[in-house]
Ligand binder design. Sequence first.
Ligand SMILES: [Zn+2]
Length: 145
Amino acid sequence: MDQNQNIPTPASPDGRGDHQGKDVRRGRNDIIFISALLLILAIIGLGFFLFRKEGSSVTVEVGGQVYGEYSLSRDTVVDIATGDGELNRLVIRDGKAFVETATCPDGICVGHRPISRMGESIVCLPHQIVITVTDGVDEGPDIVV
Ligand SMILES: [Zn+2]
């Protein structure tokens, strides 16, 4: 009985070992595959982030109404008057837009870093101002003849 049980024993771990080996190898391949996939996704994501299309203009909205659209290729200063003497000074310089000064109490819009990429925006909640980078259609500043 004991011997009978012992005889198949060497074969059993062998087979199991083989099976386990395959599983381990497959698992490792999966990890390599997933890692590669994640790496590729990370590179694509990074590429999107780094090479996200530079916008060509900014659209200013006040209270949901379009206040004006300004090209990023032309340095300019826009005083956005929202009534009651409230003012946000939008400055466009070197292809970037930022709020230089504002009369809003929180000053968050002034503290916002300059925006220049598509979809980026500066919001002034107290004044209901939204400044968004867009690819303006009429100016076409990217085309240099
Ligand atoms: Zn503000």
